[in-house]
Design a protein around this ligand. Structure first.
Ligand code: NAG
Ligand code: NAG
Ligand code: NAG
Ligand code: NAG
Ligand code: NAG
Ligand code: NAG
Ligand code: NAG
Ligand code: NAG
Ligand code: NAG
Ligand code: NAG
Length: 567
């Protein structure tokens, strides 16, 4: 049995695994760290990233120098919320990743994969997703979600501390997964667009029960903390339902627009046996159209429009991550998407490209190409913080390069990358000359772009470059530095993406039985409380199938791949 492992992007050693990895007798474990994390629910409140759920693989270092995964199956990260503070600089390849992550113990939130974490600047909500069919955790009723209140409301009494609770979804169901989630703190809104459900809208687990597309858009109104309001509407006929799409909010029009990009009709990872050739072909055909034609939702008027794109249209992709950045003068709004895969087969190679969809030109620009060898990712997450950085793998939005360090001092305001301004006109500060698509697919959409977004968008990074104000925002208050940076988009960004590097493939035979066994085994192990991490990885095998995961066999070529002795 061959065991493969390699160096992951962050310089972290990521072992992945298959195989009957029984430790040999003379080896003693000396350390444990996160290796790969897929399908987590990730969001950001102010300057802290929160991560919950998904499948997390741990790797154990032994005293003879070998490193191996601790189980064949992802250990589901349920009862812990990991945090990553963005107010401190870090290397993307630190000696000890554990030191980067904090934890917030979470009493009884089941171990969901996929679904969403919605957030505004004060709280987050955990919605939807899939449980393991063998999970021993308490079932959560169909109409509940979890809320984490991190900061008090103005009306809150003096004595206040952060808290978790479960909240009612009213007449909305939580039995939905793999939708396109988007949070809009400046509007106190979040949406979950389309996704997968059971044929009868009943309970769903990771055993191929969520097989039908949802035509719903779930809306969460977070403006009243005491009564978060959930509602749903049906997508209009001209916006096809899909799984694993990206939804990105962009500050255009009175309340902003949501741009729906990519996604697939069928997601192979839902099915233990994969897709038939016919299903795969149909899904990929539709997915290509979801890249070429994006759908735009105008929040203020509650209308959906389609718009064709031009330029370097990406191949069919699902489960990529996305962030946006607006030119300093607002003449363009650039949506960055990173990673993803076709969703057709577990063997499909994931992307390590960064594409920009620039609005309002609706021009795609291939901004960065990793060459498809080392740093491919899917089912990862991105967050943005500083104007120009994408992090954990820190991608600099201005220079279009990955950088080794996440920095709170040397960063810049957002600048339109040369590759983008080369296509849409203007320069780094904006002045785009292509201010409309080559043609409007729906001319009414032009009017949507005519209105500008005027509400302030809070930013939560410390501007160390100018004044060094205290940043010791404790849990009770509004950090002193925040006021200075609220108002206006100072630029944007970061992606904290989390890694995928491993394409994971399921073993066809005997998978279900073996996985259940493993899952039971791993459930017995106590998860280490300090988590190092390497964030997010892929997992085309994520949902549904109880797969046994193994490292993709086509994609490790350029990694430091070390064949390890047979065990
Ligand atoms: C963990 O153990 C492995 C194998 O012995 C070793 O190579 C690695 O440096 C250790 N990591 C840390 C952070 O000590
Ligand atoms: C890594 O950092 C964590 C948290 O700071 C600490 O508990 C752990 O001992 C460190 N591990 C090593 C090998 O330094
Ligand atoms: C999935 O798992 C649930 C819970 O164990 C079970 O009730 C259901 O029958 C399973 N469905 C399939 C299609 O295996
Ligand atoms: C939800 O909250 C109620 C109290 O408000 C509690 O009784 C119940 O156990 C909670 N359910 C879960 C699944 O945490
Ligand atoms: C669902 O709940 C909302 C808010 O509580 C209410 O306005 C609406 O009428 C309900 N819809 C149905 C069909 O019960
Ligand atoms: C959407 O609302 C309708 C009517 O209230 C309800 O029957 C349906 O279950 C809701 N859909 C979801 C996904 O919650
Ligand atoms: C659910 O999906 C299956 C398989 O694609 C399809 O045959 C069935 O008609 C769908 N059911 C509903 C209620 O949409
Ligand atoms: C718009 O995109 C669709 C694919 O979604 C394509 O079929 C159609 O031909 C495009 N229209 C034009 C005018 O290019
Ligand atoms: C343009 O979008 C609006 C809003 O969805 C829709 O009512 C209208 O039919 C669309 N027009 C065309 C030509 O597609
Ligand atoms: C960009 O172009 C505008 C308009 O020509 C000009 O005013 C501005 O100074 C230029 N900015 C930079 C950074 O070159």
């Amino acid at each position: 049995m061959k065991l493969l492992y390699g160096l992951v992007v962050l310089g972290v050693i990521a072992a992945v695994l298959p195989g009957q990895s029984h430790a040999q007798r003379w080896q003693n474990p000396i350390n444990i760290s996160m290796c790969t994390w897929t399908a987590a629910r990730v969001n950001i409140i102010r300057d802290t990233v929160y991560l919950h759920g998904g499948a997390l693989w741990w790797q154990i270092g032994y005293d003879d120098g070998t490193i191996r995964p601790d189980s064949e199956n992802g250990e589901y990260n349920g009862n812990t919320i990991y945090t990553l503070a963005l107010n401190t600089p870090f290397d993307t390849a630190p000696a000890n990743l554990s030191s980067l992550f904090g934890t917030t113990p979470l009493a009884s939130v089941p171990q969901f994969q996929s679904g969403a974490m919605f957030a505004n600047d004060d709280a987050f909500y955990l919605y939807g997703g899939l449980l393991s069919p063998t999970a021993s955790q308490r079932e959560l009723p169909a109409d509940r979600a979890f809320e984490y209140e991190r900061y008090p409301q103005e009306s809150s009494p003096g004595q206040w501390s952060p808290r978790f609770s479960n909240v009612s979804l009213g007449n909305i169901t939580r039995y939905l997964t793999h939708g396109a989630g988007v949070s809009i703190p400046s509007e106190d809104l979040a949406f979950y667009v389309s996704g997968l459900r059971a044929a009868d809208w009943g309970p769903i687990w990771r055993n191929a029960t969520a097989t039908n597309l949802s035509q719903q858009v779930i809306t969460l109104d977070m403006s009243s903390r005491d009564e978060a309001r959930w509602s749903n509407v049906t997508l209009p006929q001209h916006v096809p339902a899909r799984a694993g799409a990206g939804a990105v909010w962009v500050p255009i029009s009175r309340r902003g627009i949501v741009v729906l990009i990519g996604g697939v009709l069928q997601l192979e990872s839902i099915y233990p046996e994969g897709l038939t050739d016919e299903q795969e072909a149909e899904s990929i055909r539709a997915s290509a159209a979801f890249m070429q034609t994006v759908s735009v939702y105008d929040i203020a008027t509650d209308e959906w429009y389609n718009q064709n794109t031009t330029g370097d249209i990406p191949p069919p992709l699902t489960q990529f991550c996305s962030v946006y950045a607006s030119a300093p003068d607002g003449s363009s709004h650039n949506i960055y998407i990173y990673g993803g895969y076709s969703g057709g087969t577990p063997d499909a190679e994931a992307s390590d490209n960064v594409y920009v969809l620039s609005l309002p030109s609706f021009e795609w620009i291939l901004l960065y190409s990793g060459g498809g060898q080392v740093d491919t990712r899917s089912e990862h997450a991105c967050v943005r913080h500083y104007p120009d950085q994408i992090d954990h793998r820190v991608f600099n939005l201005n220079t279009a390069m990955f950088q080794d360090r996440y920095d709170t001092v040397s960063w810049s305001d957002y600048q339109v990358p040369v590759l983008v301004s080369g296509r849409i006109g203007g320069n780094s500060s904006g002045s785009a000359t292509r201010t409309s698509p080559i043609y409007w697919t729906n001319t009414s959409l032009r009017d949507v772009f005519a209105a500008s977004y005027t509400r302030p968008i809070a930013t939560w990074y410390i501007d160390n470059r100018a004044t060094r104000e205290s940043s010791d925002g404790d849990s009770s208050g509004f950090p002193g530095w925040a006021g200075g940076v609220i108002g206006g988009i100072l630029g944007l960004f970061v992606i904290a993406a989390l890694s995928m590097f491993w394409l994971i493939r399921r073993r066809k035979h005997n998978a279900a039985a073996a996985a259940i066994r493993l899952q039971e085994n791993s459930a017995k192990k106590a998860a280490p409380s300090d988590g190092p991490a390497e964030l997010l990885a892929p997992a085309p095998g994520e949902a549904g199938s109880e797969p046994i995961y193994e490292m993709h066999d086509r994609n490790h070529g350029a990694a430091a791949e070390l064949p390890v002795p047979d065990i």
